[in-house]
Design a protein around this ligand. Structure first.
Ligand SMILES: *[C@@H]1O[C@H](CO)[C@@H](O)[C@H](O)[C@H]1NC(C)=O
Ligand SMILES: *[C@@H]1O[C@H](CO)[C@@H](O)[C@H](O)[C@H]1NC(C)=O
Ligand SMILES: *[C@@H]1O[C@H](CO)[C@@H](O)[C@H](O)[C@H]1NC(C)=O
Ligand SMILES: *[C@@H]1O[C@H](CO)[C@@H](O)[C@H](O)[C@H]1NC(C)=O
Ligand SMILES: *[C@@H]1O[C@H](CO)[C@@H](O)[C@H](O)[C@H]1NC(C)=O
Length: 606
């Protein structure tokens, strides 16, 4: 073979290997930003503000001040926790609302990192970092944590935070983190978007413009659990389904067969149980939704570990029985796909990762025997690695020490996965269609009466990946639609409460791989469209979120370093419930915020 052809063939292989492994995780060398302004830049995740945080909190309580430098392999940061002592300023529990504020900064060269914060092993926040530069970056996020009130009022427990980072000659970015709790005792009640009239008028008095909101990016962060905002009192007790090892409270899941579990005894007077699942995906599964099957990698002699097909499902079992599952929202971290897309507007969920609620009340019939039960979490088809753990929220009967319960009609779950795979050399297409349906029923008789809980859940996922142009053009499309309905009936069979949540997470990623300007570089042209669409109703209240990002651009890369490129991201965030309507439109181009407008109004649903 003449040398020129050999080079061309080798180059095609390099491009194909890059395309197959794509999306990937990249790093922006810090020096790339040197020509820009010298002041540190603020990063932001677009969400709606928590209305109550527009008023000053009654008191604040710092729980973490720490710098995460070369922390890889070290145990988590820990500190003792006690709530602020009640005073004239600081109310004693119950608080009307509590928000958690994390502020972080970094400067230098660094990859994005995953982090989590736990209190007594219960996860309060899963977050990821922005990739810094030589000028420095900083950000601030607020999450509503009112639902953890019973835990926040406890003394003598430990707060812990894990953020594994590498600092050496090449990677210099240290992440400085402060976490503060903001306690509110204000008039009105309720967390989340439920705005008492007094606060609404305060909001309009503030005459909010986008700037105020821009500096105050907040999120209630329960993508999978929007209805939570409407579910009144926080649980009486929250138990952790998490690891107690020294690599953080999350379980590391490296294979589809790994199930990690904990034995838990449930109080005999529990009337309601909800498991909140916390999930993130990394390594070869960071972009699980775009992984081709192993047969494609094998037959093309591709060395990437990003395989095992594109379908994953996080499973929750009790004593070996499946009680719930979740196909998670595909959060893209700041180094993901094209890091230039995520400066300074990060991808949906990157700073406040969503958690997912699974209603377990129908299973109380088998859990209230004062014996340990095994709660297990796994990731179907997962490859290395996933970080998962869960918080078990329990509501107790204050009028009795023991309630009666029975799990009835636990229907077998309906579950189908269909896969289609067709390829010739590097070109081909792969499809996965999956659906699951579950219905669980059980009654609990407490001092409040005998109520039956009926849980119906279901989801559908459609994923397709195609490679053309000798594997250099990759198109990934995923649609995930989920429904959850929880109905409570009294003894006469009359519904007394109903929660309905509908979610849809469409994602499309296009990548075209081209030769670069030098022999060891290549150019990736990428388009990403991503949405979080949710509607919910709880009794006579309802609301919706429509949050969409569209990004496009290109970058030239060498290994995992971004050498140059241009990128733009447009985002539109619409929130509506029967009290308020909030819209925000923002646009970033080549690392700068070039547009950011928001509007608040009343009663947009009517
Ligand atoms: C953390 O708080 C300290 C003051 O206690 C402040 O000097 C520092 O800048 C804060 N860091 C971040 C990242 O907010
Ligand atoms: C993969 O490697 C094997 C063994 O080296 C070789 O026979 C085969 O032709 C290669 N396939 C491709 C598509 O390059
Ligand atoms: C794919 O590669 C083959 C051989 O290397 C070449 O003949 C063909 O033109 C390429 N096709 C495209 C669409 O680039
Ligand atoms: C509670 O209600 C269910 C459904 O109506 C019924 O089957 C069950 O026997 C009741 N339990 C008790 C203890 O009355
Ligand atoms: C990205 O989208 C734009 C506009 O929709 C289109 O012109 C461009 O060709 C797309 N890029 C790729 C790589 O498909």
């Amino acid at each position: 073979m003449p040398p020129a052809t050999t080079t061309a063939v080798l180059f095609l292989l390099l491009l194909a290997a890059a395309a197959a492994a794509f999306p990937d995780r990249f790093h922006k060398p810090a020096s790339r930003s040197r020509s820009r302004s010298r002041s540190p830049q603020q990063y932001v995740e677009l969400t709606r503000p928590l209305p109550y945080t527009l008023l000053p909190p009654a008191c604040t309580h710092r729980i973490v001040t720490h710098s995460f430098a070369d922390t890889l392999g070290s145990p988590p940061f820990t500190a003792p926790y006690s709530p602020p002592p009640p005073s004239s300023l600081c109310p004693s529990p119950p608080w009307s609302s509590v928000a958690l504020e994390l502020s972080a900064s970094s400067r230098g060269d660094q990859y994005d990192r995953i982090a989590a914060l736990w209190l007594g092993g219960v996860e309060l926040l899963r977050t990821s970092t922005a990739e810094p530069n030589d000028d420095g970056v900083f950000w601030k996020v607020r999450k509503d944590v009112t639902r953890y009130s019973s835990l926040l009022s406890r003394s003598g427990i430990e707060v812990s935070m894990m953020l594994e980072n590498i600092v050496n000659d090449e990677f210099t970015g240290i992440y400085h983190v402060n976490v503060t709790l903001l306690f509110y005792s204000s008039v009105g009640s309720g967390a989340g978007p439920r705005v008492p009239a007094s606060q609404l008028s305060a909001i309009s008095k503030l005459g909010l413009g986008s700037e105020e909101l821009g500096g105050n990016s907040v999120n209630s962060a329960t993508l999978g659990a929007a209805a939570w905002d409407y579910n009144p009192p926080p649980a009486d007790l929250i138990l952790s389904v998490s690891d107690d090892g020294d690599r953080g409270s999350w379980y590391w899941i490296e294979r589809g067969l790994d199930l990690r579990s904990k034995k838990i005894i449930i109080p005999a007077n529990t009337v309601r149980a909800v498991l909140e699942l916390c999930v993130s995906f990394h390594g070869n599964d960071e972009f699980w939704y775009s992984n081709p099957p192993d047969s494609y990698l094998r037959e093309n002699n591709l060395t990437t570990g990003r395989g095992n097909g594109a379908y994953r499902e996080v499973l929750v079992m009790i004593d070996g029985t499946l009680v719930g599952s979740e196909v998670p929202f595909p959060v893209v971290f700041t180094g993901g796909i094209n890091p230039l897309f995520w400066e300074p507007i990060v991808a949906i969920g990157a700073f406040i990762l969503p958690s997912y609620d699974i209603e377990l009340t129908p299973f109380l019939g088998t859990l209230l025997d004062c014996k340990p039960h095994e709660f297990a979490i796994g990731v179907a088809n997962g490859i290395s690695y996933w970080l998962v753990n869960a918080n078990l929220h329990l509501w107790l009967d204050h009028g009795s020490k023991r309630v009666q319960a029975k799990s009835a009609a636990i229907a077998p779950t309906v579950h189908h996965v269909e896969r289609e795979s067709e390829f010739r050399q590097l070109d081909g297409s792969f499809k996965v269609k999956a659906k699951r349906k579950e219905r669980f029923v059980g009654w609990v008789k407490s001092s409040a009466g005998n109520f039956t809980t009926i849980v119906s859940t279901g989801y559908k996922v459609k994923n397709s990946i195609s490679f053309t142009g000798n594997g250099t053009y990759k198109l990934m499309k995923q649609k995930m639609k989920a429904k959850r309905e929880v109905t409570t009936e009294n003894e006469a069979g009359v519904p007394v409460a109903r929660t309905f949540v509908k979610r849809s997470y469409p994602l499309r990623v296009i990548t075209s791989t081209l030769p670069g300007s030098k022999k060891d570089t290549y150019v990736l042209v990428t388009n990403v469209s991503h949405s979080q669409l949710e509607r919910w109703s709880y009794g006579d209240q309802s609301g919706s979120v429509r949050n969409s990002q569209d990004s496009r651009g290109w970058m030239e890369v060498k290994d995992h370093d971004v050498l140059s490129g241009t990128a733009e991201t447009k985002q539109s965030y619409n929130y509506a419930d029967e009290f308020i309507c909030y819209l925000r439109r923002a646009e970033a181009a080549d690392g700068k915020l070039v547009g950011d407008n928001s509007w608040f109004s009343r009663g947009c649903l009517s």
